[in-house]
Write a protein that binds this ligand. Sequence first.
Ligand SMILES: N[C@@H](CCC(=O)N[C@@H](CS)C(=O)NCC(=O)O)C(=O)O
Length: 314
Amino acid sequence: MLLHHYALSPFSEKIRLMLGYQQQSWSSFVVAPLPPRPVTDALTGGYRRIPILQQGADVLCDSKLIAHDLSRRLQAPELDYWQLNQEQQQLADYLDSEFLFVALNSCPPLKLLGLLKQSLSVWGLARFMWDRLGIAKEAKEGGSKGGYRRYRQQLQSLEQQLQQPFLYGDSPNYVDFCLYPSLWFVMAKAEQPLPESLPKLTAWFKRMQAFGHGNIQELSRGEVARLAQEHTPKTLVQTDNHPMLDKPVSVGPLDYARDQTQGTLVAVTAHRWVIKQKTERFGDVHIHFPNTGYALRDADGQVIPDTDALEVSQ
Ligand SMILES: N[C@@H](CCC(=O)N[C@@H](CS)C(=O)NCC(=O)O)C(=O)O
């Protein structure tokens, strides 16, 4: 289990905390806060967001899909978005999008600069600002008055919901791990405590934080590249009869950082598309995307509507 991530990345923190919650030992590859990321970029072939999970020559994109695979591998269904009810899924989606953007926007700009300066040069900082300005324009989230009002109301309603240690009972589920990264950034990174009117949420945060990150083994760029070179992608047990199977396609996010990954569609299951890319450096690589929040396109760039695929064991 090898996670490509960086310290300040909230979606990486979601996965790091899940690994800590499950007391896992895992391999870590720390990447730059913005491209170029030579090994990671070569593996994802277009997709630029972080984190990704690498398993040899298989690459999983998006924290939702990474959590889905972890939940299966660790027999922890509570970590799976697709095991939630509809209301919980909606809350998870909101926490992963507008709520997070508002939380990040609420941090004092000088604090953010100070944090970024720890890992970027002055030139890197300028590139980072420019890069994120582009992403923020695409995301169109987080700046509006309505967004701030919803954020504050959500904090109040979460405070009321917390009549037990975690949002839905005595142990956390996927939604807790979606809420955590925003509050982690605000409280632990930007050092802004929550208002005193939110004591339950503050106590919840400390309980979550105590899970830690598990046992981490750092890998070098060379080791990560070798892992991809020395493995062939996993054999997929069965694929659904999707009309685009074995055809050239592209997949990309619908919300922001919409860079496309091109390749051949080699598998479709209830929740994922798998694309094969032939790379010079690593040979064949399989890149896995969730089919929620992403679009599958044919060679002409036309979006392919979702089909009723069946989840298969992988
Ligand atoms: N839906 C994606 C969102 C990932 C995401 O937005 N990651 C941020 C970092 S936390 C990112 O990649 N930003 C651009 C970058 O780092 O290049 C997920 O759940 O993994």
